[in-house]
Design a protein around this ligand. Structure first.
Ligand code: SP5
Ligand code: ZN
Length: 354
């Protein structure tokens, strides 16, 4: 199947993650793209370079201030001298003006770039460097070029998006994500004529950004299987089973939080329930947020899914028989990453044949 990628996705070099106050090497690194790309070629997939999409594609999903912030913040950070004093050349927020802090007070745009960082980023793990925005935009180009190939008649297309995107809301980024590739793909499928679109999120973490973007919408379903945030896992405060949508979006969200240690049997049953919901919703196209960090070897999650589990999930979602855009999200164990992605794609393609 076509696999869309862009060399510009390598430009994001996070330079570590600040985790509980300590700078760690980080796991969302450019080598992820290299190992996935090599595995795709070895498995016989056709690599296609993404076409450049106009910046206006971002506007239905992201706030103009978020876009401008991501584009400009690293330049402003360097201009403020933080690379020399105190010696941090990546944008790392230190101040988080939460809803609880503000209460009823109106809030202004922070004049200081180090304070403004926390008005758009909700954690300390998601650093911005010189190539971050270019890479995030290239990831969007991958996702939307994949939608274009669907429009030209391809039944399933894979987008090698990096950095990932599902933790990004309309106006805030975090969780190693900067722009929401999957949400943008779903929106484009709607604009291209699919009356209803489903996003199915297989990443080990709940895709709080995608969930928030579509929570009040009747035309886009969001379903996710992930490690239970109630057991202490990112994104901690959302992703619970009782979140089912509100207003016109009532009933169009389906979360399947699983206990740490859940294996193929439990995980695949949850995927089957998500597939049933997609069918009941009568989606005309599907976006799969393919995080492979639910795998047993992955350093970022306690789920114990195997490559066969991912292949089975692919088969179940392929059997929906819908045009499908498969967007890369997380997955951090370099030795197994490519095989997990290819196992999923193999399952999805074979499900579509039956
Ligand atoms: C897209 C995606 O998978 N984002 C993952 C965001 C969750 N990361 C939160 C945990 C970060 C802590 N990493 C330290 C690992 C120590 N074992
Ligand atoms: Zn994840």
């Amino acid at each position: 199947m076509p696999a869309v990628w862009s060399p510009d996705t390598l430009l994001h070099q996070p330079g570590g993650e600040v985790w509980v106050g300590v700078t760690t090497p980080g796991t969302e690194i450019p080598a992820r793209v290299e190992v996935i790309r090599n595995a795709l070629v070895a498995a016989g997939h056709e690599l296609v370079e993404a076409g450049r999409q106009d910046d206006t594609v971002l506007h239905p999903i992201h706030h103009p201030r978020l876009i401008a912030h991501l584009r400009d913040v690293h330049t402003e950070w360097l201009a403020a001298g933080f690379a020399e004093d105190p010696g941090q050349d990546r944008v790392v927020p230190y101040f988080f003006p939460t809803a609880a802090m503000l209460g009823p007070l109106p809030s202004q745009r922070a004049a200081a770039v180090h304070a403004r960082a926390g008005q758009f980023c909700y954690d300390t793990m998601t650093l911005v460097g010189p190539g971050t925005y270019a890479a995030a935009r290239a990831a969007v180009d991958c996702a939307l070029s994949a939608v274009d190939l669907i429009g030209n008649g391809a039944p399933v297309v894979y987008a090698l998006c990096r950095p990932p995107g599902h933790h990004v809301t309309r106006a805030a980024y975090g969780g190693s994500c900067y722009l929401n590739n999957a949400a943008l793909a779903a929106q484009r499928l709607r604009q291209d004529g699919a009356a209803k679109v489903a996003v199915v999120d297989l990443d080990a973490h709940h895709g709080n950004g995608t969930a928030a973007i579509f929570y009040e919408r009747a035309d886009v379903f969001y379903g996710s299987v992930h490690v239970d945030p109630g057991a202490g896992w990112f994104p901690h405060v959302v992703g619970f089973a009782d979140e089912t949508g509100i207003g016109e979006g009532s009933g169009t969200t389906h979360n399947e939080p699983l206990s740490p240690g859940s294996d193929d049997a439990v995980w695949c049953e949850a995927v089957a329930r998500l597939a049933e919901s997609v069918a009941a919703f009568a989606a005309e196209a599907v976006v799969v947020s393919l995080g492979v960090d639910a795998a047993a070897d992955d350093p970022e999650s306690p789920l114990l899914v195997s490559a066969d589990g991912y292949r089975t999930a692919g088969r179940m979602l392929g059997q929906l028989g819908l045009p499908s855009v498969v967007v890369q999200e997380g997955g951090y164990h370099l030795p197994s990453l490519g095989g997990l992605v290819c196992a999923y794609l193999d399952g999805h393609a074979s499900g579509g044949d039956s």
